[in-house]
Design a protein around this ligand. Structure first.
Ligand code: HEM
Ligand SMILES: *[C@@H]1O[C@H](CO)[C@@H](O)[C@H](O)[C@H]1NC(C)=O
Ligand SMILES: *[C@@H]1O[C@H](CO)[C@@H](O)[C@H](O)[C@H]1NC(C)=O
Ligand SMILES: CC(=O)N[C@H]1CO[C@H](CO)[C@@H](O)[C@@H]1O
Length: 326
């Protein structure tokens, strides 16, 4: 075969792969194999959350990182065998161990029910646990589409350029989300996840020290908030120190995040940029004034997030151990 026909065939294969889309998800996917999966996962998540609040933000962020890198296939959970897995990319530093632990505990609970053993994917358990931590911290509850398979590939390199950095401009964030079929509305709604959880000082230190030539502090920051940040995050701070993303209601999944942005209290540059840009400001104002509108948009967006890169039978499996391929 000439290299030309080879390329054409490759192109056709890709076309077929992208039109016959990945396996279809459904809400009652486990109705015959493990009918009580939702309550089993919910109970395990609730117990874990009672032990430590970090369970909630850690699980939610883990789901986001999983879906943005090679799709929602629990590839982020694969153990590092030789320091080349997704987990080894420096951006994971903040992926708190409690997110992984939540899925491992829920998986153990599912597998302890005889009929359910090795029937439910780690990717689906992560999706369910994410819904549960959101609802348990005061956010909306929603039906979770199921039927994801666990991927077999996890590479450090795949993380690079696939996850947003806090200093990215709105245009770059918009493009990145658009590459996964997510709109500007989805980006603004999903950023509301920063209503719970923590950020390390290093993620925003440029905003409070030497912002740009001539300016020490980012002018989009509320001045008294900036002063507080300088106090809790001094220049040579312990790199392990993390502070609340939402200083007002840090443990409640609500629309306070948007009210903060209106006052210049968005901790990350990417957060505050949603309010400084004309194209996104009106939606921030809507979500700040109407929690129902925020929740509605958030549920639509996280459902779309959960559909990214779902694996078909030939590309995936139901892992027996979430940290290892079978
Ligand atoms: C829009 C682009 C986004 C950027 C630039 C971004 C960036 C960040 C950064 C820098 C942190 C702090 C990490 C640390 O220092 O520990 C963080 C935390 C967090 N992010 Fe995002 N993020 C984005 C979108 C999202 C989305 C879409 C979700 C989920 C739907 C999400 C959920 C979280 C959560 C829950 C935390 C707290 C984690 C914890 O406390 O363990 N983020 N994010
Ligand atoms: C590391 O592991 C990955 C995935 O298992 C594999 O593709 C790669 O060849 C390994 N690299 C080394 C240096 O062993
Ligand atoms: C808030 O948003 C919801 C959902 O979009 C809408 O039905 C409701 O009318 C809005 N409430 C107000 C006071 O605008
Ligand atoms: C949870 C996890 O896997 N964390 C790893 C993230 O990456 C750093 C290196 O950049 C590792 O040291 C962590 O163990």
């Amino acid at each position: 075969m000439s290299s030309h026909t080879f390329l054409v065939n490759l192109f056709l294969l890709q076309l077929i792969a992208s039109t016959c889309h990945a396996a279809k998800l459904s809400i009652d996917y486990y109705k015959n194999t493990c009918p009580n999966v939702e309550s089993i996962v919910h109970n395990a998540v609730e117990m874990k959350l009672q032990q430590t609040f970090v369970t909630a933000p850690a699980t939610l962020r883990l789901f986001f990182h999983d879906c943005f890198v090679q799709g929602c296939d629990a590839s982020v959970m694969l153990a590092s065998r030789n320091s080349t897995s997704e987990k080894d990319n420096p951006i994971n530093l903040s992926l708190a161990g409690d997110g992984f632990d939540t899925v491992i505990k829920a998986k153990a609970a599912v597998d302890s029910v005889p009929g359910c053993q090795n029937k439910v994917s780690c990717a689906d358990i992560l999706a369910l646990a994410t819904r549960d931590v959101i609802a348990l911290t005061g956010g909306p509850s929603y039906e979770v589409e199921l039927g994801r398979l666990d991927g077999r590939i996890s590479t450090k390199a795949s993380v690079t350029n696939h996850l947003p950095h806090p200093e990215y401009k709105l245009a770059k964030l918009t493009k990145m989300f658009a590459s996964h079929g997510l709109t500007l509305t989805d980006l603004i709604a999903l950023s509301g996840a920063h209503t719970i959880g923590f950020s390390h000082c290093s993620q925003f230190s440029k905003r409070i020290y030497n912002f740009r030539s001539g300016k020490i502090i980012d002018p989009s920051l509320n001045p008294s908030y900036a002063k507080q940040l300088q106090q809790v995050c001094p220049k040579d701070v312990d790199p392990r120190l993390a502070i609340d993303l939402d200083p007002t209601t840090p443990r409640t999944f609500d629309n306070q995040y948007y009210k903060n942005l209106q006052k210049g209290i968005g901790l990350l540059s990417s957060d505050q940029s949603l309010f400084t840009h004309k194209s996104s400001k009106s939606l921030v104002n809507l979500f700040a004034s109407n929690n129902t509108a925020f929740e509605k948009s958030f549920v639509i967006a996280i459902t779309k997030l959960g559909r990214i890169g779902v694996k078909t039978a030939s590309q995936g499996e139901i892992r027996h151990n979430c940290a290892m391929i079978n």
